[in-house]
Structure formats: C-alpha cells, structure tokens
Design a protein around this ligand. Structure first.
Ligand code: PEP
Ligand code: MN
Length: 337
C-alpha cells in the first residue's frame, strides 16, 4: 500500500503516524521523502487496513493498494531513480553512462592488467572479469577462482578501476569484501538463499536477468536482496532464451524502459552475452544506449581467438576504444533530445 502525504507535514507527525501503523498493523513502513511530497510504502499484510479511514485523515493526499508483488524495488515506493555510489565516488544511475569492460574470465596477471589499463584509457569506469565461472560443461575452464579475485584486486590497485565480478556460492562471500560490485549471474538469479545472504551486505549487487525469467521474476529477485536491507541493486538485461537460434540469446531491448518504468533501480545491458558474436556487440550497445540504459557491461579480450571463455563474443581493446568513444557521444546526444 502507498500513502502519499500532503506537502509540508511536520516530521514529528509523520513519525508518530508511521509508529502507529507499525504497532497496530505489524507492517514495515518505507519512507521516501521527495522535494514536494512524502511517500509511505507499507509492506506486509495491508488487507486489514481500512483505506477509507486513511483517506479521511487531513494530512493524507492519497492512498493506493499496490498490486505488484515487489515493493522495495517498485517505483511507486520510491519515485526518484536510485543512484548507486561506489567507494571511489563513481555513480551509477545518475544520468551518466557507466561502462564496465573486461574479459569474460581472468586468465593471468598480465592479461587482466593489460586489459584493465586499455579499457580504462578508453573511458571504462569499471573493470569486469570472471574468477568463479559458471560453465555449462564441467570439463570447461572453471575460472581462476580465489586466485582470479586476487588478480582483479591487483588490477584495481594498479589502475584505480572498481571491479565487478560474479559470485556463484555464498560459501565464498568473505572473499568478496574488497570487490566493488558483486555480480549475480543469469544462472543464479533465483538462487534465493544466496540472494538473502547478499541482502545482508552493504555493497552494490549487479543482478543479471535469468535467461528464462520474466521481468517480474527479476524484480522479485531484486526484492529478495532489498528485503534484507541491501538496496544497492543494479539490474542487468543480458538476453533471454527464445526460439531464435541466430544469436546466443535474444536481447529483450524493451526490458530497459519497462524495468525503468516499474522500478527505480539502475538498469544496464550486457550486449556480449545477449549476442554471442563480437560483430553484434556494437549494434546492441548502440541500441541500449539510445533506449536509455544506465550502463553497459562489455566483454573485452586482448586475444579473443585464444580466450579461455567467450572468445567469440569478445571485442578487442581497439574495437572497444572506438565503441566507447561512439557510445559516450551517442549518450550525450540522446540526453539533449
Ligand atoms: C559473465 O558475465 O561472464 C556471465 C557468465 O554472464 P551471464 O550470467 O549473463 O551468462
Ligand atoms: Mn562471459
């Protein structure tokens, strides 16, 4: 349930009202204070609350029941965009274009540092790299695991780039304390026990859409993290499985405006896993930027032909340089429209 208060109401009166709601009905109240209004988002069993009684209060502007099952992730509970600030001060969701770039997998110190330096020079603000890798085959390269995380941290120290890397099991959560953004991959979007553990952290979580999940299911997974108290969630559309086989996945481009309409959380796109082909990455990146994504996650490898994972969809640092340049220009132009 959403209760919009009339402007100019005293803080003390609001506080008393919130306490009354909590005590009497056992609901949790999320308070959002905007420039012109205050919105109270009630979570819990609100069926016992008499709407007409609330509507009769002189300090209440309007009362609405929220049909959607996600509450904290819902834009109705938080009309402004959420802006996530990383430890180095970089902001995601503030209207700028956040570009996360790097290899699918961390393969060696030389590899990750060379790529980190190059993508940074081209304007990427975050370094991506997989250390714990979710591979379809148990015989495929499984990632450098804890050693890979160490190498990412070295690359961060060397370049200053914040790092984003995937977690596959909450058993390893302690290894991620110096990671700037923890990625939940497509295969783990509904690993609810892990989402609950991530909800206990005070750290940005990049939540990728499950390849067979709906937008509502994605928002419910975000809700799992937020319900635990961690509201720093970044949503990532990375393509879904359809009957189409010409591309690795089908980029659901409309997910970007739909997610932004339904939720206040930042939305980014991963064109690499969506396409599976390096030549297509530019097209999908351009489309994602034009449609209003808050950022992109792009796989970049210094030697795609010999990459230990996802070489076919990885672009080279030179190709990334041209692409990033184009995307920042396009983003600037789109903002003036
Ligand atoms: C990745 O980012 O390397 C990855 C495995 O992504 P996804 O979970 O989207 O497949
Ligand atoms: Mn990959």
């Amino acid at each position: 349930m959403i209760i919009v208060l009339k402007p100019g109401e005293k803080q003390e009166k609001i506080q008393n009202f919130v306490e009354k709601l909590t005590d009497k009905f056992g609901v949790t109240v999320n308070t959002w204070v905007g420039n012109h209004s205050t919105v109270l988002g009630l979570i819990g069993d609100t069926t016992v609350i008499d709407i007409e009684y609330l509507q009769a209060q002189d300090f209440i502007e309007s009362v609405k029941r929220v049909q959607e099952p996600y509450k904290k992730a819902n834009r109705k509970f938080h009309p402004d965009n959420t802006v996530i600030t990383l430890d180095n001060g970089f902001k995601i969701g503030d209207g700028s274009l956040a570009i996360m770039a790097g290899p699918c997998s961390v393969e060696s110190e030389e590899q990750i540092i060379e790529i980190a330096e190059k993508v940074k020079a081209s304007g990427a603000q975050l370094l991506r790299g997989g250390a714990f890798k979710p591979r379809t085959s148990p015989y495929a390269f499984q990632g450098m695991r804890a050693e890979g995380l160490e190498l990412l941290l070295k690359a961060k120290e060397k370049t200053g780039l914040p790092i984003v890397t995937e977690i596959m099991s909450s058993d390893y959560i302690d290894l991620y304390k110096d990671v700037d953004v923890i990625q939940v991959g497509t295969r783990n979007m509904q690993n609810f026990e892990m989402l609950k553990k991530l909800g206990e952290l005070d750290k940005p979580i990049l939540l990728k859409r499950g390849f067979a999940n709906t937008i509502e299911e994605m928002l419910m997974s975000a809700e799992y993290i937020m319900a635990g108290g961690n509201e720093k969630v970044i949503l990532c559309e990375r393509g879904i499985r359809t009957y189409e086989t010409a591309t690795r996945n089908t980029l659901d481009i409309s997910a970007v405006p739909v997610l932004k309409k339904l939720s206040h959380l930042p939305v980014i796109v991963d064109p690499s896993h969506a396409s599976g082909m390096s030549w297509l990455v530019e097209h999908l990146s351009v489309a994602s930027t034009a449609i209003g994504a808050d950022g992109l996650m792009i796989e970049v490898h210094n030697d795609p032909a010999h990459a230990l994972s996802d070489g076919a969809q990885s672009i080279t640092p030179n190709q990334f340089d041209e692409l990033a340049n184009k995307l920042f220009k396009l983003h600037g132009a789109v903002k003036t429209l």
